[in-house]
Structures are given as structure tokens and as C-alpha cells.
Design a protein around this ligand. Sequence first.
Ligand code: NAD
Ligand code: UPG
Length: 328
Amino acid sequence: MSVLVCGGAGYIGSHTVSELLDRGEDVVVADNLQKGHKKAVLGGKLMIGDLRDSDFLDKVFSENTIDSVIQFAADSLVGESVEDPLKYYNNNVVSTLSLLSKMKQYGVDKIVFSSTAATYGEPQNIPIMETDPTIPTNPYGQTKLAVEKALKWCYEAYDIKYTALRYFNAAGAHISGKIGEDHNPETHLIPIILQAALGQRDSITIFGDDYNTEDGTCVRDYIHVTDLADAHILALDKMRADGKSNIYNLGNGNGFSVKEVVDITRKVTGVDIKAELGERRPGDPAILVASSEKAKKELNWKPKYNDLGTIIETAWKWHKENPNGFSE
Ligand SMILES: NC(=O)c1ccc[n+]([C@@H]2O[C@H](COP(=O)([O-])OP(=O)(O)OC[C@H]3O[C@@H](n4cnc5c(N)ncnc54)[C@H](O)[C@@H]3O)[C@@H](O)[C@H]2O)c1
Ligand SMILES: O=c1ccn([C@@H]2O[C@H](COP(=O)(O)OP(=O)(O)O[C@H]3O[C@H](CO)[C@@H](O)[C@H](O)[C@H]3O)[C@@H](O)[C@H]2O)c(=O)[nH]1
């Protein structure tokens, strides 16, 4: 029996594939490589295709014996989603509905879904709890919330068990340095600062310093990618054991402002990275910090990388050793 990892050639997906392989699971990866990389998939079987392609999914489900699915495949840039919402509804909602139809058809009844802190929108409480209101401020978060609702109804109607994991900001790279974050174009804060440290950019731009936060810049909760990967496996284990559906936040509970992230990265790299002030980026909430108590209690999730300096060190190792990312 295999775990099907959709989007497994991407950043978080490839780190999860690595952890699944380490614990002896059979893995099938389905990815259209629009953002992913062949070299990021460290083992298992890679099948290249799009989740919206029904024939492709028939091939995936008929050629393999799938026990459960982990669904990472999506477009996931807040700013781009504001500019092009249809792209986000099309990929994020249509792809996952297409996948769910095939799961129903082939009798596969467990899915772990990559959701996001962006489902909450401008939070009413910090840290954010799973029971807090979900009012997304951008189409990206709205599409993820739409899928969460679809999962709930599919659970009730077809008994497809789901775990929606609402990640906060994924960061860092595999401790070994063998895989890491390689997005093109890169838009995420930490890799952008590291590109500046490598001299690949002259400077970075801070998107707004007039937010209602201590130093005026946005505050985020950065969680190590391997800690995220581990939570997916614990979620699978739990669904296999109790057959229940659930939603969990995954963050490390500490908020860091953009300016603080820049300062810590300067210390880690020893480079005096130049930071300029720019306009706010549309769709950005001021503060997103998680309460992950539910995941710790119910999944027995124990994040290992609690210090942001350590998280950035793992990313720095990857970027220094792979300044041009993956070769394919
Ligand atoms: N990176 C973060 O901080 C973060 C935070 C919260 C949630 N998420 C969610 O986690 C998931 C993974 O994020 P990531 O940063 O690893 O992204 P990523 O872009 O690196 O990975 C996504 C992968 O899915 C593939 N893909 C996209 N659409 C596809 C389709 N229609 N068919 C087949 N493959 C397709 C891409 O080629 C890529 O390999 C996404 O769903 C994202 O929304 C990410
Ligand atoms: O050049 C840059 C890039 C980012 N930022 C800021 O840095 C913070 C982090 O931005 P980024 O790394 O782009 O992540 P987010 O926009 O917070 O989104 C990430 O985290 C979300 C959950 O919190 C996920 O849902 C998204 O998929 C994922 O991209 C934000 O306040 C940005 O405005 C800058 O100031 N300058």
C-alpha cells in the first residue's frame, strides 16, 4: 500500500516524502512540475501530470494501491492570488475536487490536506486557535477554506476521512542540506533575504512599516519544514487508528516581525544585508501567530526546531550549497 503525495516535488511535499521514506512507507508522488523539481523527490515513484487531468489520475490510482493521500498541490502566493483569483480557484479548488472524485471512485478514504493560516484572515485573537473565525483577506486563503468545507461534506457523505493542517510560515531546509526551498520566482521572505546574503540581489524590500505591530512590520510564525512534514505522518497515523477527521494549526507559537527576521538572518549569515522600505503588499494581515496546542495534544506533535536562528541556519546551509537550486 502506498501513500500518494500530490505536489510531492515541491518544497513542503519533498520534505514530507523524505520523512515518509525514512519510516519505510511506499510513496507515489503526483506532480505537474509547474513549481516542483524532479531532484527534490528523494525516492518512491514520481508520476508527472496535473490533478485536473482525469486520465492522469486514473493512471495514478489504477497502477498503484493507494492507502491514503497527502495533498500539497496548489498555487500558494498571497499577492498573486489577489491579482489573479481565477487562477487560484481553478488550481486550488478544482484540482482538489478532481482528486476527491477519484478517491471516491477508487475507494481511498484518507486525505491530509495542506491548509493555511491565511484561512483566518485578520485574526481576532493571538495566538490563533482552530475555533477562531475564518474570514480570509485574500483569494488564496478563501480557496483553501473552500476545500476545507468540501472535505467536511465529503467526509459526511462518503466517509473520506480528512485532516486539514493549517500551516503558518514554512521555513528552513532538511537538516542534511540535501533538499531545501527552490521557488522561481522566489517570493518568500527568508529565501529572499538569503539570496541577498549570497549577493544574488542587491537588497530586500520590507513590505510596509505602518502595521499595528511593535516595529510596524508584519509579524509571522515561522515553522521548520521537517516539523511540518512530521505532523503529516502523525495525522495519517491518527486517521488510520481512529478514522476521525480534524483540523489543526501548525506553527511554533512565536511571532517575528519582518525586521526581526532580517536582523536574525544578518547574524546567521554574517552579511550586512541591505533592507529598503516599500509599500504594503495587498492581502497581508498584520499578525499571524498560531496556537498549536491541539496538534501537540491530539497528534502528539513535538516540533524539534523551536529557535528561528536554527531554522534559518538550515535554510542558509541549503542556499549556500545550492545557490542555483535544484538542477532539474
Ligand atoms: N510554504 C508555506 O509557507 C505554506 C504555508 C501554508 C500552506 N502552504 C501550502 O502547502 C502546500 C505546499 O506548499 P509549498 O510551499 O511546498 O509549495 P510548492 O509550490 O513548492 O509545491 C507545490 C507543488 O505542487 C505542484 N502542483 C501545483 N499544482 C498542481 C497540479 N494542478 N497538479 C499537480 N501538481 C501541482 C507544484 O509543481 C509543486 O511541486 C501548498 O498547498 C500551500 O498552499 C504553504
Ligand atoms: O520581499 C519580501 C517578502 C515578504 N515580506 C513580508 O514577509 C512576511 C512573510 O511573507 P512570505 O514569506 O511571502 O509569506 P506569507 O505571505 O506570510 O505566506 C506564507 O505563509 C502563509 C501562512 O501564514 C501561507 O499560507 C502561504 O502559502 C505562504 O506563502 C509578510 O509579512 C510579507 O509582507 C517582505 O516584507 N518582503
